[in-house]
Design a binder for this molecule. Structure first.
Ligand code: ATP
Length: 886
């Protein structure tokens, strides 16, 4: 027998579980031991050894190692060993960096792993999908990814999309009854849910019958996700740039070698020097360092509650020029409280805040009770057509489920209607809420088997479906003027920034079909709820900060246009002449028509998720880089189409999370701003160290080239060049990656995504600073050599020290787009420590006698240091007085 052929009781028996209590902890423990975790077999990880060896696979490093070997054979043991050690240390550092990047990306994967709702020990819990075991009872909701293979035991309009499995993209309806047929393919097993497929509509409950590799998905190994990391645009750009740089460096290095040989230097010496120079100066590691910087940035973002799903998003964040954000829950707290009720043509005011169940109803000054006509029925209907429940934790009420529904439960409690009252009714059918329908209905049956339908939803959606309305004296036919009065009441509430919800009902007979398309028509209107959802307090300043950073904030909401406008004004989103567009206006517009007015539009109200795609496209055609938020299944296409898709960590569905490149752990708009700020910063930091490393390399090459042109001896020996590459370029460059954003980073315009890495004067700075670093090094070398022509080692030590010092000073210059004096050098203590450590290592190499022969150095005097410091600071200081950003 197959699972789909068994009825629910048989499955419960077989799996030793009951669908209304779930497994016990002991059972879970034992099954996990027996069957393992619910994961598709992980891809084989690259071994650590391979990662280590990879650090040496670079062509120039291999040439260097070969050259060193020759040096060793020729008897230059000290040089050979020193070079080997330096290359090895470089490799070890590269290895640890890569490990670190890898780890933080692993952590990301864990953070964004899908979760599932399971029933255990009689309570619903949210657990990581990987912890699911056979026999678990799982609740499915629209937007979930089915976490394991399930036999459906309860379905309310449950539909899943199984294209990942069957290639068929039309959703399949799922039911809970056993199927007798034999040998059914997965797509025909309509009472099964399969791991990896998506719930597109409705809700349901299933018993887990297969996990991990024992699922249908597990068997189709070829369908397993390919997790190969794609390079980000910046990494790609740098890889291309790297090729050019390698070429240029090689030519220059070759020139150095040829000139040296022509000037009479020994070929072998020049060769070793040339290869060392090539190893030091070729920035072959740039893309790798960029990955490390991105990964480190990603970790900082996690601390700010933003999970980056795609590394490339980190770069794109810095280019964002428009943020399209949902209102409810992202800009507001999503803590709904009913403040006003409209019933019998009267506005009643409700006191009490948040989810506190204490509060009263007032008509003007007068307190009203349950005898107020129709009030109690309306509150009861709100409670029946409801998907959430109240829980008490530490004496406080919490809402489990949709906050809009929760607010109705609290409102009912304030009138003394408790959950037990609802238990007299049985829900026979549910038509779930979604943002497209903007309504929800239930068919309920009372003790006397009397059936009726309750519908609640957006008033504009409900009113056309209402043929009657109730007044103090009973039910009446709805006339045009009655509708007008109700519309006034809606506007009255919406103008006060309230979310409005209408409630209607219809008596049914047993014979009425529950699948009739017109089931939700001919309703009797009962009343309106007006509920407040306060804005999050950090959102207004975040919107302001975005404005200063040249980023436009746009509010997108399913709420009433007046509610949306009131909240947008409150949050300062809507400028004086700013437009508010409604979903129905969008319906009549083409993308290009929308494009014409979109720059003046700040609020989109009463929209459905389908409109979001149009909005994204119109903004993109205007040349914007668009960040778009979303939580429901239907938001996924717009999220995918946007440049930065953002999903909600708490309320978001798996489908949107998977489509997004950024997840907000706290669902908060302010986190988007923080992520953008961090994204800008990471990009700037990458530019900072590219600037630092390339200027240093230019300096290193030029000093050698100039010396050969002037027929001087070699100003630097190979170990010194390699030492500079390791020590000076290593630690301080990493520390630049940890730098904070410059004060005005959020007062600059968003970066143009087409802009190259060297834009805004970066190339100019690299060349000028590099040229100066090379020049001052050469000058001090010449001065020292003139002073003391018999002691080349002394002159080389002076040149080596000048090169190192000018770079260590220049690294502070790299922190600013303005000048070396623009920022407090002690702001980045990592950098200060890195520079001090490099300095210390320099002193050790110069003054510690055992190292002197290895590094070809000699002790320097105070006078030498004065000369070195004056010249060494010139490359940075000369430009320090020009504070213009370039
Ligand atoms: P936002 O875009 O601001 O985050 P939203 O798009 O989530 O809001 P929806 O949840 O789609 O807005 O709600 C749109 C309208 O549908 C609401 O104004 C309300 O009238 C109605 N509505 C919301 N929740 C429910 C519900 N649980 N049952 C019935 N109707 C609802």
């Amino acid at each position: 027998m197959k699972w789909y052929q068994l009825d629910v009781e048989r499955i419960e028996q077989k799996l030793h579980v009951t669908a209304n209590r779930g497994l016990t902890d002991k059972q879970v423990e034992q099954r996990r031991k027996q069957y393992g975790e619910n994961v598709l077999e992980a891809q084989k990880q690259t071994s650590r050894w391979l990662i280590f060896l990879k650090q040496f696979q670079d062509f120039m490093v291999l040439v260097l190692l070969a050259a060193t070997l020759i040096a060793g054979l020729l008897g230059e043991y000290i040089d050979a060993i020193a070079i080997m050690v330096i290359v090895l240390v470089n490799g070890v550092i590269g290895f640890f960096q890569e490990q670190k990047a890898e780890k933080s990306l692993e952590k990301l994967k864990e953070l964004s792993a899908p979760m599932a709702h399971v029933l255990r020990n009689g309570h619903w819990e949210k657990i990581s999908s990987r912890d699911i075991v056979i026999g678990d009872i799982v609740r499915l909701q629209s937007g979930d990814r089915v976490p394991a293979d399930l036999r459906i035991v309860q379905s309310s309009s449950l539909e899943t999309e199984e294209s990942a499995l069957t290639g068929e993209s039309l959703p399949v309806t799922k039911h809970a009854t056993a199927i007798t047929a034999d040998e059914l393919d997965p797509q025909d097993q309509a009472n099964m849910g399969f791991m990896g497929t998506m719930v597109t509509r409705g809700s349901g409950i299933g018993i887990v019958v297969g996990t991990g590799m024992d699922t249908v998905m597990g068997q189709i190994a070829s369908l397993m996700v390919n997790t190969k990391k794609l390079p980000t645009p910046l990494e790609r750009k740098l890889a291309e740039l790297g090729k050019i740089l390698i070429f240029v460096s090689l030519i220059l290095t070759a020139l150095v070698v040829i000139l040296g040989v022509i000037q009479g230097h020994q070929i072998y010496h020049m060769f070793l020097a040339g290869v060392s120079l090539a190893v030091a100066a070729i920035p072959e590691g740039l893309p790798a360092i960029v990955t490390v910087a991105l990964a480190l940035g990603v970790q900082r973002m996690i601390r700010r509650k933003a999970i980056v799903r795609k590394l490339s998003a980190v770069e794109t964040l810095g280019c964002a020029s428009v943020i399209c954000s949902d209102k409810t829950g992202t800009m507001t707290e999503n803590k709904m409280t009913v403040k006003e009720i409209y019933v019998n043509g009267n506005h009643l005011y409700v006191t009490g805040d948040g989810y506190d169940t204490r509060g009263d109803y007032f008509l003007g000054e007068r307190k009203v009770n349950e005898e107020h006509p129709n009030l109690e029925s309306m509150l009861l209907y709100g409670m029946l057509c409801n998907n959430s429940s109240l829980q008490v934790k530490k004496g406080k009420y919490l809402v489990d489920g949709d906050p809009t529904d929760g607010a109705l439960l609290i409102a009912a409690r304030k009138m003394g209607i408790s959950a037990s009252e609802g238990e007299r009714y049985r829900v026979v059918k549910e038509l779930p809420f979604d943002s497209d329908r903007k309504r929800m209905s239930v068919v309920v049956e009372d003790d006397n088997q009397m059936r009726f339908l309750v519908t609640k939803g957006a008033p504009e959606v409900l009113l056309p479906r209402c043929s009657f309305h109730v007044q103090e004296h009973g039910r009446q036919v709805m006339k045009e003027q009655d509708k007008g009065r109700i519309e006034q009441a809606i506007n009255h509430m919406a103008n006060k920034a309230m979310r409005t919800l209408a409630i209607g009902m219809k008596p049914l007979s047993k014979e009425d079909s529950l699948d009739a398309p017109l089931l939700e028509n001919d309703l009797t209107f009962f009343g309106l709820y007006g509920m407040i959802d306060p804005p999050r307090k950090e959102v207004k300043p975040a919107i302001e900060e975005c404005r200063q950073a040249g980023i436009k904030t746009v509010m997108i909401t399913g709420d009433h246009v007046k509610t949306a406008r009131a909240i947008a004004e409150n949050l300062n989103i809507l400028p004086e002449n700013g437009k508010v567009l409604e979903g129905r206006q969008l319906n009549q517009m083409s993308v290009s028509e929308l494009e014409d007015i979109i720059d003046d539009t700040y609020v989109f109200a009463r929209v459905t998720p389908e409109h979001k795609l149009k909005i994204v496209k119109a903004f993109q055609q205007r040349g914007h880089v668009v960040a778009m938020t979303g939580d429901g299944v239907n938001d996924a296409p717009a999220i995918k189409a946007s440049d930065i898709g953002i999903s909600m960590g708490r309320s978001g569905t798996d489908v949107t999370k998977e489509a997004s490149s950024l997840i907000l752990m706290d669902d908060n708009f302010a986190t988007i701003k923080s992520a953008i700020k961090e994204g800008r910063n990471i990009y700037e930091n990458i530019r900072k160290f590219i600037r630092y490393i390339l200027a240093s390399n230019v300096g290193e090459i030029l000093v050698m080239l100039f010396a050969m042109l002037l027929a001087l001896p070699l100003p630097l020996v190979p170990v010194q060049i390699l030492w500079v590459n390791l020590v000076t370029d290593g630690l301080p460059a990493m520390a630049l990656g940890m730098d904070k954003a410059e004060g005005d980073s959020m007062r600059r315009k968003p970066r143009d995504p087409k802009e190259g890495v060297f834009a805004n004067g970066l190339g100019y700075r690299i060349v000028t600073r590099g040229f100066l670093i090379g020049t001052v090094t050469l000058i001090t070398f010449m001065l020292a050599y003139q002073d003391n022509p018999d002691n080349l080692i002394y002159a080389q030590t002076v040149a080596f020290t000048t090169l190192v010092m000018s770079q260590l000073i220049h690294v502070f210059d790299c922190r600013s787009e303005h000048s070396v004096f623009a920022r407090n050098p002690f702001e980045n203590m990592y950098l200060v420590m890195a520079v001090l450590s490099s300095l210390l290592l320099l002193l050790v190499v110069i003054y510690w006698e055992p190292l002197q022969p290895i590094f070809h150095t000699t002790a320097l005097s105070l006078r030498d240091w004065m000369l070195i410091l004056v010249f060494g600071s010139l490359p940075s200081v000369l430009f320090g007085f020009n504070t213009k950003r370039r």
